[in-house]
Design a protein around this ligand. Structure first.
Ligand SMILES: [Zn+2]
Ligand SMILES: [Zn+2]
Length: 288
């Protein structure tokens, strides 16, 4: 059974109002660890640390870091990205196998010298910078947020050690393992899942990453601001496919990063079920 780390940070706003309460039923499982961000004081094994400023400078420009300092959200942004970095490090050290990171201010719209959409720092890129320092060389990032992961693409544009497969509004493919898959509106779950099977999974198998990062937005769900027609259950189906792929090709090393999505109901329904998939617990999903 895989050991799953949940990295939780409290944020304002509607969408995560039911958390961490909605994780009840998962937290008492022996293979699930819960890391909490306690601002200012934390001494236990499972506390979430802010990302080190030293690491920020490996990914983002001085200008941009200074800009985020002036937003008033700097500390929260450090914790938000810190969850992803810590998840990667704890997987590397063998304390957990995979992770779900609640991200409030990150990820895929944060580039080297720009950020928008409340994505102040790029947690996946920071985690990859940290892992590279430890000798890890190959990474895959799969992005199922409705929008193009422009920040992630900017950072890794010419990095042949990073496979970036992004489900968004355009079709694109280049020699640096950077791929976009255009998802039309009114896409059925089966069609979306088929694209994951046809486009990402074979490429990941050929690329042989040591870690997989999943930029897991749910804003392509019906009724959301990036609506593409898929149902909440599609994300649980995606979790199964991506987790199985990670198990097959990189010993299960998978870091799931919460990206876009605004509705509380969808968050409360899908996130615990995705975590149940990661931890190999019965999710009760009709897509099982
Ligand atoms: Zn989005
Ligand atoms: Zn894209």
């Amino acid at each position: 059974m895989k050991r799953t780390g949940i990295f939780f940070i409290y944020f304002h706003g509607e969408r995560l109002k039911d958390f961490p309460g909605a994780l009840e039923g998962l937290l008492d499982k022996g293979n699930v660890s819960y890391y909490d961000a306690v601002y200012g004081s934390c001494d236990g094994l499972y506390c979430l640390e802010p990302v080190a400023e030293r690491l920020l400078h490996k990914v983002h420009s001085d200008n941009m870091i200074t800009g985020v300092k002036h937003t008033g959200d700097y500390e929260a942004a450090l914790y938000s990205a810190g969850g992803t970095v810590q998840a990667a490090e704890d997987i590397r050290q063998g304390r957990i196998d995979n992770a779900f990171v609640f991200t409030g201010y990150g990820d895929h719209h944060a580039g080297r010298d720009f950020c928008h959409g409340m994505c102040y720092f790029n947690g996946a890129a920071l985690a990859i910078a940290m892992l590279k320092e430890k000798g890890v060389r190959r990474f895959a990032i799969v992005d199922t947020d409705s929008h193009h992961g422009d920040g992630t693409r900017d950072i890794f544009r010419r990095d042949t050690g990073v496979l970036h497969v992004c489900f968004c509004d355009q079709d694109y493919s280049d020699a640096y393992h950077k791929i976009d898959i255009g998802i039309p509106s009114h896409t059925h779950d089966e069609e979306y899942l088929a694209k994951m099977k046809e486009v990402f999974i074979p490429r990941a198998k050929a690329f042989k990453p040591e870690y997989i990062f999943w930029e897991c937005g749910y804003d392509a769900t019906k009724g959301e601001y990036g609506e593409k027609g898929i149902s909440p259950d599609c994300h649980i189906g995606l979790a199964r496919l991506i987790k199985t792929t990670a198990d097959e090709i990189c010993e299960g090393r998978l870091i799931t990063i919460l990206c876009g999505g605004s509705t509380r109901d969808t968050a409360t329904y899908t996130i615990p079920r995705i975590i149940a998939v990661l931890a190999e617990l019965n999710s009760g999903s009709p897509m099982a």
